[in-house]
Write a protein that binds this ligand. Sequence first.
Ligand code: SF4
Ligand code: SF4
Length: 344
Amino acid sequence: MAKVFYQALSKDYSVEDASGMAQKLFETLVSEEKISLAAKVPLKVHFGEAGNTTFLKSENYLGIIDSLKSRDIDSCFIETNVLYGGKRNNRTNHLLTAAEHGFTQLPIEIADGEVGQEYQEVKIDGRQFKSCLIASGFRQYDQMIVLAHFKGHMLAGFGGAVKQLAMGCASRGGKMAQHQSAKPFIVPFLCRKCGACKRVCAVDAIKLGWWSKIDHKKCVGCAACTGVCKFHAIHTNYLRFLMLGNFSEKLAEYSYAAQLGKKNIYLNFAMNITSGCDCEGRKMTPLMPDLGIFASTDPIAIDQACLDMIDKAAGKKVFSKGRETLEFAEKLGMGNRTYDLVTI
Ligand code: SF4
Ligand code: SF4
């Protein structure tokens, strides 16, 4: 049974306290589970969309960074571009947003390139996917420290370690494959025929004119074009996504592909527990007081432990949607929903 280490936050904790707790949990996990750390271990983070105020600040990670430094382990922040518009839709914007949000303590790697076009295919034997498009920057690492902000998510129900792997490690095309069962399309009356999308399309699937369109026979669904249109003329088919669904199973299969062959360490921060996720560029009010920080080598156990702790504290199921994702992921063999909680 997987161990999940946990420490509660006090009512009046400071960011230094949280950082120190994360460091203690990380070091306890490494020592108790006899984990050997690689020469370079990136921190998989989320920089928070511009306008979002409840994302996890980089100061929470200072203790872990110190711990790595004291062991002479190289590190960086690693993240992927998002599928939609906003301020993290390409590498340039992403680096600016990260710096504005205070992620200056380590170098930053955007794992799927300038517009999300760099990926490796990871073969799996899933029901939804036989091949997953994982950002190619992750290929060079055998180990990551996956730092997840545990909170709600509009489509997934909740977001923790499994979602950090599934969506957070997928290239744009991988994100699109999970988000809907359709390829992008152009809204002709919004298209200014600037040519930006055509230039990034590796398979020449875009035809510009009075009725600009994407040839879905040629389009491979890489989603690179969706990140470069400044005029919001390229969209993805969310209606089809809602109708065809299977989102939980898709998330589970992508998370499985993202962690294959890696000896990851997971830390979940049950702080700023909002109903929406850090991709939403808006202010949100947390649903409940902050709870604490969790650490484990099992991404399913740590997410289940967060859900259980939140339920216990609230006296009800706060995030009722999306729990089947953990069930699917467990069936794939990437972890276990039963766990041994060790409070430190
Ligand atoms: S990037 Fe947008 S506006 Fe420019 S040609 Fe493509 S669809 Fe049209
Ligand atoms: S049209 Fe299709 S293949 Fe071309 S960039 Fe867009 S998603 Fe990729």
